[in-house]
Design a protein around this ligand. Structure first.
Ligand code: 13P
Length: 251
């Protein structure tokens, strides 16, 4: 059985004061024991969050990390080894906002993925199609290619220690959610793609859905056989709403 995971991607939100408030709210949540919970604050607040959540079983991750694992001359970047030192255990790789707005391509993402794993961080590889691609019937091809680039370069075995998040770009921050069946179809295809290379890895890897997940739609989404939890954006900035989503994954 795969253990469900619910992760909150805070994106570029927060001030020291609002982060303190959110930490306080998270601290009061009664977390179900069967769910892994993680938050991804902006890098600037990682220390504050790690300290503030001490003793609470919530993992902390970064939204991005450098292509090199060790510290060095790379202005503006944060090394995965520095994230480990700060108390992180996870890192997002290839979020669509970084692919689209920051121009990150598969080659760079593969390096980031490998550098993160080399330091013991668990990469959360984000994949997903745009609305245009979905309407052109290219969803599985696009997602398959994003996944394949990592498999080809690093081997399928790397997913024994990684998480995959399917985040349709058209559902991110738009209020549009993939229907449970639409999400399940893509998740099943991702798992089948991995299973064709290694069935044990495919059965073990957690596949999260992301894109306008809220407490109101989480139960249905998480009820699908290949959806093992969620990567939550906007709704994770509200501790009570995030808590309700976590409980939905525990049911
Ligand atoms: P929203 O939940 O705000 O749609 O964001 C999803 C997301 O991009 C999480 O990484």
């Amino acid at each position: 059985m795969r253990r469900p995971m619910v992760a909150g991607n805070w994106k570029m939100h927060g001030t020291r004061a609002s982060v303190a408030e959110l930490i306080e709210g998270l601290g009061h949540l009664a977390l179900p024991s069967g769910v892994d919970v993680a938050v991804f604050p902006p890098c600037l607040f990682i220390n504050q969050v790690v300290d503030g959540l001490e003793g609470k079983s919530i993992s902390v991750g970064a939204q991005n990390s450098a292509v090199e694992s060790k510290q060095g001359a790379l202005t503006g970047e944060v090394a995965p080894s520095q994230l480990v030192d700060a108390g992180c255990s996870l890192v997002l790789v290839g979020h669509s906002e970084r692919r689209q707005i920051m121009g990150e391509r598969d080659g760079m993402l593969i390096r980031k993925f490998a550098a993160a794993q080399a330091c013991g961080l668990t990469p959360v590889l984000c994949v997903g199609e745009t609305l245009e691609q979905r309407e052109a019937g290219q969803t599985l091809e696009v997602v398959g290619r994003q996944l394949d680039s990592v498999i080809e370069e690093l081997g399928v075995g790397v997913f024994a220690k990684a998480v995959i998040a399917y985040e349709p770009v058209w559902a991110i921050g738009t209020g549009l959610t993939a229907s449970p069946q639409q999400a399940q179809d893509v998740h099943a295809a991702i798992r089948a793609q991995l299973a064709a290379k290694n069935s044990e890895v495919a059965q073990g890897v957690r596949l999260l859905y992301g894109g306008s997940v809220k407490a109101a739609n989480a139960v249905e989404l998480f009820g699908m056989p290949d959806i093992d939890g969620g990567l939550i954006g906007g709704a994770s900035l509200n501790a009570d709403e995030f808590g309700a989503i976590i409980r939905a994954a525990g049911n």
